[in-house]
Design a protein around this ligand. Sequence first.
Ligand code: PLP
Length: 388
Amino acid sequence: MTAAMTDPSGYRRAEIVVDLDAIRDNVERLRALAGVPVMVVVKADGYGHGLVPSARAARAGGATWLGVADRGEALALRAAGDTGRILAWLAVPGEDFTDLVAADVDVAVYSVAQLDEITAAARAVGRPARVHLKVDTGLSRGGASREDWADLVAAARKAESAGEIAAVGVWSHFAASDEPEHPANESQETAFREAIALAEEAGLAIEVRHLANSAGALLRPSARFDLVRFGIASYGLSPAPDVVTPTDLGIVPAMTVRAHAALAKDIAAGDGVSYGHLYVADRARHVALVPLGYADGIPRHASGTAFVEVGGERGEVLGRICMDQFVVAAPESVQAGDEVVLFGTGAHGEPTAQDWAEWCGTISYEIVTRMGGLAGRAERRWTGDELR
Ligand SMILES: Cc1ncc(COP(=O)(O)O)c(C=O)c1O
């Protein structure tokens, strides 16, 4: 009897299973480690784990804040009934802030021009916008440069006096917090302290000062300030795999990806496998066909480098990952319909998203976030039903 016929979830092809209890417990654990209030970052569809379910699990774990990049993500959380504090941090000129202000979403501000757009929205809505002034302390990405910081602070002070905004936050983002010895950490923290001092001297009463992402929060206690922003660690993956493992941190990966073999068969020595015959069998082999490909988020860089768990063993990816399928080595006993686990918690011998990241020359963030892919053919389901 095949695994497909016995599996209680009834999935036929492939599925992405997200353990919401794990996310909730990870957040609880991270909160205890950090010792300050926590923002859980649920942008990019909760790093592929589902925006709303991840947010609910994060709130259940004690997240005071949720963080998103895009306005649509913030509004989707509100539409789903989330009433807590949310920060949305990435907008382009011309984007409408009125619905964010009306929905009581905190917004980031990077420039005086953007502040003007936000104050216009606040006037239109008839209530002050809550803003977090972002200073670029050395990432050279979003935020006001140090030269522009004084002007942004002065404009915020003026807008606050006019009742158009409440400047509740000053914040920044690390460039290399996953490398604790990197000199940028110290210089960014120093620059952040200087930026806060300038804002306070200008008369802004800041409620939350926040700098640290997962690695910063866990590896650099001095960077915790009033709030830390946990993304990847909430989903149970290490933000600094060269330094700490999930087990060290007491967190558990929340995503498992598995599929049923579409076919199993023998190939002969000398047979080439998949496009370009990147792999040519050096001996007779038993192989299984996995019904997932790069359209489903499997990196093509996994061609010939990654492994799955099949038939109780590690089976290597043979040849190229195709759009919809790839071939793996499998034990003789494996039949069509048997289960293939791409990655999971690692507790049962299966690979983890971190393993796939290393095999593909990327980071675990990218592995989990791209799962599901644009085609959306793998079913995604959530366990921990009360959190959905
Ligand atoms: C501004 C900001 N803060 C926090 C995070 C969370 O980072 P991490 O997933 O490393 O915890 C991100 C994610 O990229 C981010 O862009």
